[in-house]
Design a protein. Structure first.
Length: 239
């Protein structure tokens, strides 16, 4: 799949809940074939912004484009090219993991191989367990597989390694890098500085609904660690 020059574009995005400005003039972009990490404290506007990009929420003003399309008004052809991993929910509770992935795969023209994906993420170890009985880490693995099975051009991952052991985190990081290597634009929302520094080509730091910093990871960390930059921009302090 060829990389898209600009796969995700956010320009002066605004969204409010009453008097609360959840997203207040944010602007940034992400190219195809790259991993972009979005960092920010709780309440910074990350979730609202990504939900708008996923087409799950309407914006108040500004411009949002994913693969050149307004995601809120997008049709099924666009949605088939976008993978979404929510931090929680979105999985049918009475389904078993592998049959669920096979069902999802049938909805795509060129899906990933379900057996290989299940083996890679260790899903075959709990393939006979109902989703509602899975541990938090197991649900994370299944949710990631569900987002990957359609071989999307853009992939939104919300805290993809939350609840995973160190080995599981490394597996997910390898998969994320492989997705970008095949040309996908991967946007990862995370609280992990290590995750951002290990997998991201670019970092976007959100504070108060605005973009406090955005740029190549190497450039943003040239004067120190990403953690130091984050706390200096968000007004928080390390312990």
């Amino acid at each position: 799949m060829p990389a898209v020059d600009i796969a995700v574009e956010v320009d002066d995005l605004r969204c409010s809940y009453g008097a609360v400005h959840a997203v207040d003039g944010a602007s940034w972009s992400a190219s195809g074939g790259t991993v972009t990490a979005v960092l920010g404290p709780n309440g910074a506007g990350k979730t609202t912004m990504v939900e708008i990009l996923e087409g799950l929420r309407r914006r108040d003003s500004g411009t949002v484009r994913v693969l050149g399309t307004d995601p809120y008004r997008a049709g099924p052809e666009h949605r088939a090219r976008v993978g979404v991993m929510l931090q929680d929910g979105g999985l049918p509770t009475r389904a078993k993991p592998v049959p669920l992935l096979r069902h999802l795969a049938r909805m795509y023209a060129d899906p990933a191989d379900v057996a290989s994906l299940a083996e890679r993420l260790g899903i075959d170890a709990f393939a006979a367990t109902m989703t509602r009985r899975l541990s938090g880490g197991q649900r994370q693995r299944l949710a990631l597989a569900a987002a990957l099975v359609g071989r999307p051009a853009v992939l939104f991952l919300d805290e993809p390694t939350a609840g995973l052991d160190p080995h599981g985190r490394l597996d997910v990081w390898d998969l994320v890098r492989e997705e970008s290597s095949r040309g996908a634009s991967v946007v990862v929302t995370t609280h992990s500085f290590e995750e951002a520094e290990r997998v991201a080509d670019r970092v976007v730091i959100i504070a108060g609904g605005r973009v406090a910093a955005a740029g190549a990871t190497a450039e943003l960390t040239s004067g120190g660690s990403l953690e130091e930059l984050y706390f200096s921009l968000t007004g928080r302090h390390t312990r």
